[in-house]
Design a protein around this ligand. Structure first.
Ligand SMILES: Cc1ncc(COP(=O)(O)O)c(C=O)c1O
Length: 365
């Protein structure tokens, strides 16, 4: 199984299972911006040699200042982590909820982090009939949960959450962690983000990733925003120098790259529509998405399941996410990143060939 360590984009496991070198895959299983990394990253790599012999700034001051200016929030409300993954884990460890609600499906790290602190997890179902939008009727009764963890947009469904629903939760006294790891792919990010609310709020936390939009997953960089008292405690809890010097320098450099951000939004607006149409023409169901990946469903009558499809594609050098592994989804669900036109066309054509053939079992690779 390609996700044996829990995530997509695991090229080392792909090489172990299929014998194809890590650099020779067409990877739709991790949701990276195909336009990146921005060119400015190269200049940082060239300069970094001078810095490698020094400790990074333990307070990540330069990058926090840049984030504060970009989002117009106080520096004291920002905590930088070794990827959004560290922020998820750190916030859960800090809050230590006894009970928590997460959507199903959702990014698996929410539940993994909650289990580490022995929280009782309640699933809020997202339904295919609602195109996987979170609806208020499915929330647990008010006052029953210590914490809500919600993707905005959610992975693997790609749907944002209605602002009113989140505001209602906060007004009812609930504590809410919103994972906005993919929100920069939204042209309406400015209106949709809860960053400015979280920056002063005693019960709202926003998590952001820099690895997807800027295509720097190897560097690990993310941040969280909340009331300064929480941020001070989270920084105290963090392992010293968790955010290395190269990550800090790259973060400072890419944040101001407005041209890259504009190009990304233009590419995505065009490519998502084209890709969806093409995928639907193969017979797949392709759910609406407000970000850079799509949730797909194999046709029931085809006999193909997500694990079979993943194996068939992997034998041809293409990686796609088996979304049946997400709690709350079924065995015909796949998730694909949206990439460049030529690459997307390769996936469409492979899926068309696959659906025209009999499902192949094949042993576990
Ligand atoms: C919804 C979501 N949040 C957070 C993360 C973690 O991102 P990072 O690479 O910044 O740790 C991921 C990674 O796939 C994700 O899908």
């Amino acid at each position: 199984m390609l996700e044996k360590y829990g995530h997509g984009g695991d090229l080392t496991t792909a090489e172990e299972l299929y014998g194809r070198p890590t650099q020779k895959w067409l990877d739709f299983s991790a949701n990276m911006n195909p336009l990146g990394p921005p060119e400015s990253v190269q200049s940082v790599l060239e300069r970094f040699g001078e810095h490698i012999g020094r400790y990074p700034d333990p307070r990540v001051r330069g990058l926090r200042q840049k984030i504060a200016e970009k989002y117009r929030i106080p520096v004291e409300s920002i905590w930088v982590g070794n990827g959004a993954a560290e922020c998820i884990d750190g916030i859960v460890k800090y809050l230590r909820p006894a009970s928590a609600a997460v959507t199903s499906p959702a990014f698996t790290e929410y539940e993994d982090a909650l289990h580490k602190v022995d929280a009782k997890v309640t699933h809020i179902p997202l339904r295919a009939e609602q195109d996987y939008r979170l609806i208020a009727e499915d929330l647990p009764p008010a006052g029953n949960m210590d914490l809500y963890m919600i993707g905005h947009p959610n992975n693997p469904t790609g749907r944002t959450v209605e602002a009113r629903l989140i505001k209602n939760l906060l007004e009812q006294g609930e504590t809410v962690v919103l994972d906005e790891a993919f929100i920069d792919f939204q042209p309406e990010e400015e209106e949709l983000t809860f960053i400015r609310i979280a920056a002063q709020h005693p019960r709202c936390f926003v998590i952001r990733s820099m690895t997807k939009f800027y295509t720097i997953p190897g560097i690990r960089l993310g941040f969280a925003v909340s009331h300064p008292d929480h941020i001070a405690a989270l920084m105290k809890q963090q392992i010293p120098w968790s955010v290395n010097g190269l990550a800090q320098m790259i973060g400072e450099e890419v944040l101001g790259d407005d041209g890259y951000a504009e190009r990304t939004l233009l590419w995505l607006a065009e490519e998502r529509e084209w890709f969806r149409r093409q995928l639907q023409e193969t017979g797949l169901i392709c759910y609406p998405s407000e970000t850079n990946f799509l949730l797909l469903e194999l046709p029931a009558r085809s006999g193909w399941t997500a694990p079979l499809a993943q194996r068939w594609l992997a034998r041809r050098g293409i990686l796609i996410r088996d979304a049946s592994l997400f709690y709350g989804l079924h065995e015909r669900c796949l998730r694909t990143a949206i990439r460049l036109r030529e690459e997307n066309a390769v996936l469409v054509s492979a899926l068309r060939d696959m659906l025209a053939s009999e499902p192949e079992g094949g042993g576990e690779e």
